[in-house]
Design a protein around this ligand. Structure first.
Ligand code: 5GP
Length: 122
């Protein structure tokens, strides 16, 4: 696992150094809108802790952080009307490392909704 880079853009967002469009903030999690949305709803869900990628988070975050993260996903998808209960649905993706073509080295889950997604082909 590469060392966590505290200068990455999401670390700077968490420190309040860069403005962002926050949708939800909880004890351990921040949800904000992607600056280059790929769908009508394009959210980024990030833990506040210094985790490089999904596998880092899954292996090393506390139970409280992991639960808080997933509850935040449930809450924003419901609040923004893209959950299954409201007849919609969404895509959740995380890119990890070089082969996953991860651009920002702070674990983040993309939540895409508001339209029918194309099939994933690559
Ligand atoms: P990755 O390729 O690492 O999975 O995705 C990084 C995402 O972060 C991209 O979708 C990109 O548009 C988004 N992003 C990069 N810089 C910023 C920023 O400064 N603010 C916000 N809100 N999103 C960003």
């Amino acid at each position: 696992m590469p060392a966590y880079d505290p200068q990455n853009i999401f670390a700077r967002i968490l420190r309040g150094e860069i403005p962002n469009d926050t949708v939800l903030e909880t004890a351990h999690t921040l949800v904000f809108r992607d600056i280059h949305p790929q769908a009508p709803v394009h959210l980024l869900v990030i833990p506040k802790g210094p985790y490089v990628s999904y596998d880092d988070f899954a292996a090393n975050a506390s139970d409280a952080e992991i639960v808080d993260f997933h509850r935040a996903v449930a809450r924003v998808t419901r609040d923004l009307g893209i959950d299954l209960d409201q007849g919609q649905g969404f895509r959740a993706i995380t890119n990890a490392g070089a082969h996953g073509v991860q651009e920002v080295p702070h674990f983040h889950l993309h939540i895409l909704g508001g339209r029918v997604m194309g099939r994933m082909v690559q």
